[in-house]
Design a protein around this ligand. Structure first.
Ligand code: ATP
Length: 135
């Protein structure tokens, strides 16, 4: 199967750089699957897992907290505010962030704080799912 280079980059530096056969990502308007040779496209990403299918049949997961996916026929770039490969995720930290976010949501603060807490909750849940390999 044909492969395509995938780069995942954050303001802190590169997180992923490899050849894959398919990328599955969660855009703000739904999940997309991209193969090598795809027509150029740019789409905003939701907080979610990027699934990277390798030539040997394995799948790697990277948690991303939004950003953009840019598809070109020979290269796919993901630019995200933060991104972590499954093995780099600190599960305890993510669970603590989840508990904190749940506490803030229950307190029903003003709407800006509520939205921030909801986003923190989504990031934490996403990290937990990616770390635990829940696809
Ligand atoms: P926290 O409250 O634990 O900082 P957060 O969702 O506010 O979580 P972010 O602002 O999204 O964190 O990320 C800040 C930096 O910390 C980024 O570099 C991100 O990759 C890293 N990071 C956040 N949570 C984790 C985690 N559970 N394991 C590993 N790295 C993490």
């Amino acid at each position: 199967m044909k492969t395509v280079t995938v780069n995942i980059v954050t303001p802190d530096g590169p997180v992923y750089d490899s050849e894959v056969t398919m990328v599955i990502a969660k855009t703000t308007s739904g999940e997309i699957g991209v193969l090598a040779g795809h027509i150029p496209m740019v789409a905003p990403l939701a907080i979610g897992a990027v699934k990277l299918k390798k030539e040997d049949g394995s799948t790697e997961l990277v948690a991303v907290s939004g950003g953009f996916i840019e598809v070109r026929p020979e290269k796919i770039s993901i630019l995200a505010p933060s991104a972590e490969a499954a093995t780099d995720i600190d599960l305890t930290r993510a669970k603590e962030a989840l508990t904190r976010a749940e506490g803030r949501i229950q307190k029903k603060q003003d709407s800006i704080d509520f939205q921030r807490a909801e986003l923190a909750l989504k990031r934490a849940l996403n990290r937990i799912n990616v770390r635990e390999g829940n696809m």
